[in-house]
Design a binder for this molecule. Structure first.
Ligand SMILES: *Cc1c(COP(=O)(O)O)cnc(C)c1O
Length: 394
C-alpha cells in the first residue's frame, strides 16, 4: 500500500527512539507465576491485585451466566443490551462506593472521557486536572468543551491559586478531576485537602479510583472510604479491569447523574454493552471482596515486604503508598536492559519511558498481588539485586 508508506518512517523513528512496542505474549492463565514468551516468570506487571483472574467462583459465575444469558448482548445498553444482571451490578457498585447510583460503561477509559464530555459542555465551564492524571482524563479534557487548568502534581498551593483566579471563579461549571491513586508512581491523591478546597470554591469533585477500587480503604472501597469522605466527593470513577480483573468501568454518583449520562454519554449510547459473562464475574468478584478479606490483607503484606526488601537493597522506589512500586532508573535504554535481564532471571517487570513518564524518570514499574507467595517475591528481589548491581543502578 503505497499511500501508507509514510508509516515506514514513523515506525523507524519509534524504533530509533526506543518507543516501538511489541506486546509480550502470555501462554497460560494470568497468575502470580505464568508463562510469557515461552518462559516461566514471576509476574510483577499486572493489575490483578486480588488474584481474581483464576478464582474458581468467579470463573464458575462466567460459565453459568453464559449458559443462562448467552455470550453477548448484540446491542447497546439503551436498546436491548441491559440485562437484569447489568442493573444488579449497578446497584451493587453504588453500594460498594456509598453512592445513590452508578452507571456501568465499557471501560475505565471511556468512563472518564464520557463523564468529562457529558458534564463540561461549554467554553464557560472549566476542568481542573492534576498534571499526572491518566491519559483517559487528558482525552476527556480534549473532548470536553471546557477550558482546562492543570495544576502541578498534588501541589495544593498551586491548586488553590488556580481556584482563586477570576477566570475560574467566574466559570459556569467547575470540575476538578484527580486520579485517586496515581498509576505510574503509586502515590495517593491528597483528597482531604482537595475536597476542602473544592467545597470552599463550589467545585464538583471527580476521583478516578482505577487503582484504588478493591485495593485501598475498608473492604477495598477506594480512596473516598480510605479518607472517610463519604458524601463529600461528587463523582467516583472505578474500573472493572484492575482488581476486578475483567473489563469495564463505572461512574458512581447521584441518581440524576446516572439518568443524565445514560441519556447523553456517547460511549454508553453508541458502543455495545458487556457480555453477561463479564457482568457475572464482576458480581462474583464483589462477593469475593466482601467474603474473603484475607486477600486484601495478603496484598498489603506482600506490598510491605516487597517495598522494604527493594529499599534495603538500595533501590530508589519513589514515594509510592500502594502496591504499585516504581524502581527508578532514569534512562530509557538502561531501564529496557534491566527489564530484559530480569526476564532472563525469570522475573517479568516492564520498563516505562517517555512519554508515559517524564524524561529522567524512566523506571521499571512493579505491582505485587495477593497471588504472590513470599518465595516468589524473594526470587524477584534476588534478581533485582543481581541485575541492578550489574547495571550500576545500586
Ligand atoms: C487503567 C486506568 C484507567 C483505564 O481503565 P480501563 O478499565 O483499563 O479502561 C483509567 N484511569 C486510571 C487512573 C487507570 O490507571
Amino acid at each position: 500500500m503505497k499511500r501508507l508508506d509514510f508509516l515506514k518512517e514513523e515506525v523507524a523513528t519509534l524504533k530509533n527512539e526506543n518507543r516501538f512496542i511489541q506486546p509480550h505474549v502470555l501462554q497460560t492463565a494470568q497468575d502470580a507465576v505464568c508463562v510469557i514468551d515461552g518462559k516461566e516468570v514471576v509476574n510483577l506487571t499486572s493489575n490483578n491485585y486480588l488474584c481474581l483472574t483464576t478464582h474458581p467462583k468467579v470463573k464458575a459465575a462466567a460459565i453459568e451466566a453464559t449458559e443462562k444469558f448467552g455470550i453477548g448482548t448484540a446491542a447497546v445498553r439503551t436498546i436491548i443490551g441491559t440485562t437484569s444482571m447489568h442493573e444488579e451490578l449497578e446497584r451493587r457498585l453504588a453500594e460498594f462506593k456509598g453512592t445513590e447510583a452508578s452507571l456501568v460503561i465499557q471501560s475505565g477509559f471511556t468512563s472518564n472521557t464520557a463523564t468529562c464530555q457529558s458534564l463540561m459542555t461549554s467554553p464557560e465551564d472549566v476542568l481542573i486536572s492534576d498534571e499526572l492524571n491518566h491519559a483517559s482524563i487528558i482525552d476527556g479534557g480534549r473532548l470536553a468543551k471546557a477550558k482546562k487548568k492543570i495544576y502541578r502534581h498534588s501541589d495544593m498551593a498551586h491548586l488553590k491559586e488556580i481556584l482563586e483566579t477570576p477566570e475560574v471563579k467566574n466559570s459556569r461549571r467547575k470540575l476538578l478531576v484527580t486520579d485517586g491513586v496515581f498509576s505510574m508512581d503509586g502515590d495517593i491523591a491528597n483528597l482531604p485537602e482537595i475536597v476542602e478546597l473544592c467545597e470552599k470554591h463550589d467545585v464538583i469533585t471527580m476521583v478516578d479510583d482505577a487503582h484504588a477500587s478493591g485495593v485501598i480503604g475498608p473492604q477495598g472501597r477506594g480512596t473516598v472510604a480510605h479518607f472517610d469522605l463519604k458524601g463529600r466527593v461528587d463523582i467516583q470513577i472505578g474500573t472493572l479491569s484492575k482488581a476486578f480483573a475483567t473489563i469495564g468501568g463505572y461512574v458512581a454518583s447521584t441518581k440524576d447523574l446516572q439518568g443524565y449520562m445514560q441519556s447523553v454519554a456517547r460511549p454508553f449510547l453508541f458502543s455495545s454493552s458487556h457480555p453477561p459473562s463479564v457482568i457475572a464475574t464482576c458480581l462474583a468478584g464483589l462477593d469475593v471482596i466482601y467474603n474473603e478479606p484475607e486477600r486484601l490483607k495478603k496484598l498489603w503484606d506482600n506490598t510491605k515486604f516487597f517495598k522494604e526488601e527493594l529499599k534495603k537493597a538500595g533501590f530508589d522506589t519513589g514515594h509510592s503508598q500502594t502496591p504499585i512500586t516504581p524502581v527508578m532508573v532514569g534512562d530509557t535504554v538502561k531501564a529496557q536492559q534491566f527489564s530484559k535481564m530480569l526476564f532472563d532471571e525469570g522475573v517479568f517487570a516492564l520498563s516505562i519511558g517517555f512519554p508515559t513518564v517524564a524524561k529522567g524518570k524512566e523506571r521499571l514499574r512493579t505491582i505485587v498481588t495477593a497471588g504472590h507467595e513470599i518465595k516468589d517475591l524473594e526470587k524477584a528481589v534476588a534478581a533485582f539485586k543481581k541485575c541492578g548491581k550489574a547495571l550500576g543502578i545500586i
